[in-house]
Design a protein around this ligand. Structure first.
Ligand SMILES: Nc1ncnc2c1ncn2[C@@H]1O[C@H](COP(=O)(O)OP(=O)(O)OP(=O)(O)O)[C@@H](O)[C@H]1O
Ligand SMILES: [Mg+2]
Length: 328
């Protein structure tokens, strides 16, 4: 792991989360997410971050919103996460890359308490979770921990996991009502705010089966946003989508990033990861091998395992380049 972490200069100008979501002042970050709008602005923003690096924190400093330390997760005799250690700073968009089966989805599931882990610790904001071998929780403590964690961490699954028997609005109000105990009227108001943000106000009475894949994904995002979490986890957000929708997802993630959310995205799509990330973490064998900016991890990996993975990716890319040259 690299000793220092990067912070993009544009972060300094980013509005605070509370100001964005709750202030009545008109602010560009409060506008609908860019499905059709603000494209030029976002195209400009997608340019690689120019030069400047700010070294802002040593490991374990309080600027990290997520700290995973020596986390071990076993399924029977299979150690799936093996002393995974990494940090993610507030407001960063981090992509986790790595070969199939290396534990990326399991890592996200541990971060949202869909899975318990055996050893190590996970800290998200002020919520700290220890491995079950270190701390046994009563069922009341477990319930309280899960509730506190899920209030901070939303997840958007690869296959969206929408409730098929609920409408778009029904899907979006469900978690605020059941996890946060919100009244339906308040949950509906918040749900409508976020459905409008993802451009789905017109579809609130539709059922998931009546929506396209991209629209279903936007419902899943609005549903996560309705909990107003600090952190949103995405497991392979582009893999179920047509290629043209991948661009839309990239824009939308950038817009969420600009709202001040901390985003963790697991992806196999290297070009996508290179384009959207502030930080890339390369995972292999159940732990984070290397972390850094996309430029560092893609162009100048420090670890042999990362180099081998990047090389295999470049080799996969090569035939397309040759083909391009032959295209009239
Ligand atoms: N519920 C489970 N029970 C037993 N083993 C599991 C379970 N879930 C995952 N595993 C195992 O854990 C390992 C890591 O799985 P995980 O889904 O986290 O990999 P991944 O990195 O997300 O892979 P992919 O890129 O293919 O999605 C695999 O060997 C998998 O078989
Ligand atoms: Mg996975």
């Amino acid at each position: 792991m690299r000793a220092v972490r990067e912070h993009s200069p544009r972060r300094a100008a980013k509005p605070r989360r509370q100001e964005c979501l709750r202030s009545k002042r008109a602010h560009q970050a409060c506008a609908p997410l860019p499905f059709g709008g603000f494209r030029a602005k976002l195209r400009a923003r997608k340019e690689p971050i120019a030069g400047g690096r700010l070294i802002i924190a040593k490991e374990g400093s309080d600027t990290s919103v997520i700290e995973v330390t020596n986390l071990v997760k076993r399924y029977g005799r299979n150690t799936v996460l093996n002393r995974a250690t990494f940090q993610i700073q507030d407001g960063q968009l981090t992509t986790i890359l790595g070969p199939s089966g290396c534990g990326k989805s399991t890592m996200l599931r541990c971060m949202n308490r869909l899975e318990r882990f055996d050893r190590g610790s996970l800290k998200i904001g002020d919520v700290e979770v220890l491995g079950t071998e270190q701390k046994q929780l009563s069922s009341a403590e477990e319930k309280d921990l899960t509730r506190r964690l899920r209030a901070r961490v939303g997840i958007v699954f690869q296959n969206f996991n929408l409730f098929p028997h609920l409408t778009v609005l029904g899907n979006t109000v469900e978690a605020p009502m059941t996890v946060k105990g919100m009244e339906r009227s308040q949950a509906t108001e918040i749900a409508r705010q976020y459905l409008s943000k993802v451009g789905l106000s017109e579809k609130e009475d539709f059922y998931p089966a009546q929506l396209s894949g991209g629209q279903q994904q936007r419902v899943a995002i609005a549903r996560a946003l309705a909990m107003e979490p600090e952190v949103i986890l995405f497991d392979e957000p582009t893999s179920a989508l047509d290629p043209q929708l991948i661009q839309e997802v990239a824009r939308m993630l950038r817009a969420l990033d600009d709202l001040g959310k901390t985003l963790v995205v697991v992806s196999h799509d290297m070009n996508f990861a290179r384009r959207i990330s502030d930080q890339v973490i390369y995972f292999e064998g159940g732990h984070a091998v290397e972390a850094g900016s996309p430029q560092e991890v893609f162009k100048n990996p420090q670890q042999e395992a990362t180099r081998a993975f990047m090389k295999s990716f470049e080799e996969e890319e090569a035939p397309a380049g040759i083909g391009d040259a032959e295209t009239p």
